[in-house]
Design a protein around this ligand. Structure first.
Ligand code: AMP
Ligand code: MG
Length: 347
């Protein structure tokens, strides 16, 4: 059995490729970076200029601690986490971050017609995607586990989360987006106007580059050859979901870590990756996962009915689809440079 996790090195490279972490011009404001390993991935945080009080180093330490505390509340693999306690007991008191995260996730489950559904966790676990002990569950087992998948059965009120009978939740599809939003808020509150964070492929930019030009954010090549394209953006989250990030292969079939809650199967609908660009990390994180589940046509329809995000879809057969709002600022590169490109437009 072959299995793979998206190599951390490539994530680091993707960050450096932005060419903005270490400005060379001597007049550019100083930058300081921190590397954090959290939420099962490598994270890079870079701030430019100095905070309104205290040092940039202290601010990065605070951001790292913030991420660590969010991870210890949200993790499904840490038995001490708030989420694990809720999963064990079916009910539990949670802190304001877990409550806000789950409320946002439920809202986005509703909006995406259940394509995003954190109650899919028993299915994800059965496939071994949380532990790395991969296996192919039987159809009977999946049918049984799918009967537990229903975000509408989750109740949240006054800091208490109540799950439906035998349900379990995994906020992994939205946790990094939530963390990115909180880190950028912390930077903003401390007077930082230019910063870039890369939380394991979730890139979130505060403001523009110090010289006022947009960041150049790389979209990973789902075939593993560096980059598929470069997006110019300021004040945006750029979040990619792709089957290539975590998968295993058994008897010639590739099983990817994003599950269709409708049948419990790993998504295999012709999409290689979905990148969502918008103002909020949590929205982009939720929608990149959900649009990946929806597939090309439904995802395009969903975008047409929305006004708060843009997207880049890369297909297994080598096509690029970009939504109208970013068509001018997305440049394919590498082996995608001459790939057929379709602009999805509002009808
Ligand atoms: P992301 O990398 O943000 O697309 O999130 C994928 C992770 O979320 C997976 O590794 C699973 O732990 C979990 N997951 C898989 N499928 C879904 C789904 N349809 N809805 C919510 N979470 C999911
Ligand atoms: Mg996601």
């Amino acid at each position: 059995m072959k299995h793979m996790k998206f190599p951390a090195l490539l994530l680091l490279a993707a960050f450096l490729f932005t060419g903005c972490a270490f400005p060379s011009a001597s007049s550019a404001p100083e930058s300081r970076s921190a590397t954090v390993f959290a939420m099962d991935t490598v994270m890079q945080l870079t701030v430019y200029g100095t905070p309104s009080s205290g040092s940039d180093e202290a601010l990065l330490d605070e951001a790292s601690s913030l991420i660590a505390s969010l991870e210890s509340a949200f993790s499904v693999t840490d038995p001490e986490s708030e989420i694990s306690a809720v999963n064990r007991a079916g009910k539990g008191a949670v802190g304001p971050d877990t409550e806000a995260l789950l409320l946002a996730a439920l809202d986005l489950s509703k909006r995406t017609g259940g394509a995003l559904d954190c109650t899919v966790y028993p299915v994800v676990r059965a496939w071994g995607f949380t532990t790395g002990t991969y296996r192919v569950p039987s159809r009977e087992e999946l049918d049984l586990l799918c009967s537990l998948v229903d975000w509408t059965a989750v109740r949240i009120s006054d800091g208490t989360v109540t799950l439906g009978e035998s349900q379990m939740i995994d906020p992994g599809a939205v946790a990094k987006g939530y963390a990115g939003d909180k880190v950028l808020r912390l930077f903003r509150e401390n007077g930082i106007t230019s910063a870039l964070v890369n939380l394991g492929g979730n890139v979130q930019a505060l403001g523009a580059k110090p010289d006022g030009s947009p960041w150049r954010i790389a979209v990973a090549d789902p075939r593993g050859n560096g980059y598929a394209g470069i997006l110019e953006a300021a004040d945006r989250a750029v979040v990619t979901s792709g089957g290539y990030e975590r998968y295993f292969e058994e008897n010639g079939t590739v099983y990817r870590h994003i599950i269709d809650p409708a049948d419990g199967m790993p998504v295999d609908n012709g999409l290689s990756s979905v990148t969502v660009i918008g103002e909020r990390g949590i929205l982009c994180d939720a929608l990149s996962t959900a649009l990946f589940v929806m597939g090309e046509e439904k995802a395009a329809q969903f975008w047409k009915q929305s006004d708060d995000f843009e997207a880049v879809l890369l297909t297994d057969d080598g096509r690029i689809l970009v939504t109208e709002g970013i068509a001018d600022v997305y440049t394919p590169c590498g082996s995608w440079e001459n790939a057929p490109l379709t602009v999805i437009r509002h009808d």
